[in-house]
Design a protein around this ligand. Structure first.
Ligand SMILES: Cc1cc2nc3c(=O)[nH]c(=O)nc-3n(C[C@H](O)[C@H](O)[C@H](O)COP(=O)(O)OP(=O)(O)OC[C@H]3O[C@@H](n4cnc5c(N)ncnc54)[C@H](O)[C@@H]3O)c2cc1C
Length: 441
């Protein structure tokens, strides 16, 4: 009797096993797979739903950097002053398609409103809050899966082609430092010593020594996914179409019309997340920022670490697959084909940075999932019972997938999340006109 009483008293310190609760997840990109592993760790029975190969979406083509310094969003007050140039100038790292503006006006208005200083400060603060927990979210998964070999710890280099550009960036540097980024300044000679293959165009640099990068992001997702399966996870190789709620959970319908019963549902379908029906997700104003890369096979040993040409937000990354050059933001939706002038932009910068005037072996277009305020949506739906959202990580999904998975596992388990997730709630768009424009972009 007394043993029973002791157990009863300790019921809060002995967590309930969750193995009788089945969680389904739509999307096996880096975010979905990270959520799956964290939920498994909490004892849930987990099924990943994705008709495509794990990690083959946006994750596969990214710039590979665990960018814990990246708290400042693309939205910024300068965009408001440069709007006309952004609509017309092919040499700008950010291009906005005029037709897209006309057809997606509410989303664009909301995006531009979030370029106000006070909004940017809000986003910066809550991005920094997530970024501060990057390693505690990601590294346990990497260690479990034995995927450490896919990481390089050679740091990250941000370079400036003029003293004026460097000085223009000083306020951002101050903000990043305030939020914990650790970097040191380099002059031309020091840049040259570190990265001799770069043309001597660069006057100033910032070296972030503690930044890691992933040498093959799709392989990382595949390793995590294999570990998920080996630990008892299930995979349905189909696309989720929508759900209907039942007494104790839901039926999730696939495009094939087959269905899966689950008690909880997590949506991690990256740029396609708001296309799943029946879970109140379609009202969330998810848009996309198109990004590109070009790749040169066998050229990876030209550099030691990811390098960003600050003026053009243009990244060069040494990878297992070769030398990747990634970047640019194009607001143009998901249906239009690659813009040749964006690929030309990339080739031109590769030539100016490294004298690489040969044809790249491949080029790629991908879609960053982006909300108008550049914060992700992480947390429960307030309208669709037992449904959780984890998408909209824009430029930082590789970096933030681990902490997102951890937070989702905590809220699904009914625990107090280890970070305050209220700033990432989907309800922040309740009174936002952009929700009217469900931009099937
Ligand atoms: C050029 C570029 C450079 C970038 N560089 C970096 C970087 O250096 N560092 C960084 O942290 N981030 C970077 N990012 C951002 C990062 O790539 C994304 O934020 C991240 O990959 C998003 O991951 P995800 O899992 O949400 O989406 P995805 O990787 O797109 O995965 C979504 C998955 O959902 C599946 N899916 C879609 N619809 C359904 C459905 N109905 N049912 C089931 N499954 C579905 C898809 O098949 C896909 O597998 C970059 C992005 C781009 C474009």
């Amino acid at each position: 009797m007394s043993a029973l009483l002791t157990l009863w008293k300790k019921r809060w310190t002995y967590p309930e096993l969750n193995s009788n609760i089945h969680v389904a997840i739509a999307g096996a990109g880096i975010v979905g797979v990270s959520c799956a592993l964290w939920l498994q760790h909490k004892g849930f029975k987990v099924t990943l739903i994705d008709g495509n190969t794990p990690g083959s979406g946006t994750t596969s083509g990214c710039s590979c950097t665990i960018a814990t310094y990246g708290c400042i969003p693309v939205n910024n007050p300068e965009i408001l002053h440069q709007l006309v140039r952004l609509l017309l100038d092919n040499d700008s790292p950010l291009r906005i398609d005029p037709w897209h503006v006309v057809t997606h006006l509410p989303w664009m208005v909301s995006f531009l409103k979030n370029c106000k200083k006070s909004k940017v400060e809000h986003t910066t603060r809550y991005m920094a809050s997530l970024l501060g927990s990057t390693n505690e979210g990601l590294m346990p998964l990497v260690h479990q899966a034995g995927a450490e070999g896919l990481f390089s710890n050679a740091g990250f280099l941000n370079v400036f082609d003029s003293q004026a550009d460097f000085e223009h960036d000083l306020p951002n540097q101050r903000i990043r430092a305030e939020y914990g980024a650790d970097f040191r300044e380099l002059d031309t000679g020091e840049i040259r010593e570190l990265e001799p293959a770069m043309k001597p165009e660069f006057q100033r640099g910032l070296l972030y020594e503690d930044i890691a990068h992933v040498k093959h992001p799709q392989k990382l997702v595949q390793n995590l996914f294999d570990h998920f399966l080996a630990s008892g996870g299930q995979h349905i190789r189909e696309m989720a179409h929508g759900l209907i709620h039942t007494g104790d959970g839901m039926k999730i319908f696939m495009h094939s019309r087959r269905f899966l019963r689950a008690n909880r549902f997590v949506i991690c379908a990256g740029p396609h997340s708001t296309r799943i029906e029946g879970c109140d997700v379609e009202r969330i104003p998810l848009g996309t920022e198109r990004g590109y890369h070009i790749q040169f096979t066998g050229r990876e040993s030209l550099i030691q670490r990811p390098i960003c040409w600050n003026r053009y937000a243009f990244y060069a990354i040494p990878m297992q697959l070769g030398l990747r050059m990634g970047g640019t933001v194009e607001i143009k939706g998901t249906h239009k084909p690659k813009s040749p002038e964006r690929i030309e932009f990339m080739k031109n910068k590769a030539d100016r940075m490294f004298g690489l005037n040969e044809q790249p072996d491949s080029d790629w277009l991908g879609f960053r999932p982006t909300l108008p305020d550049s914060l992700p949506v992480i947390g429960p739906s307030s309208k669709s019972p037992n449904t959780f959202y984890a998408f909209g990580h824009q430029h930082l999904g590789l970096t933030l997938a681990g902490i997102t998975g951890k937070l989702i596992s905590e809220v699904v388990a009914g625990e107090k999340p280890s970070l305050d997730i209220r700033p990432y709630s989907a309800d922040r768009f309740k009174r936002n006109p952009a929700r009217q424009s469900i931009h099937r972009t």
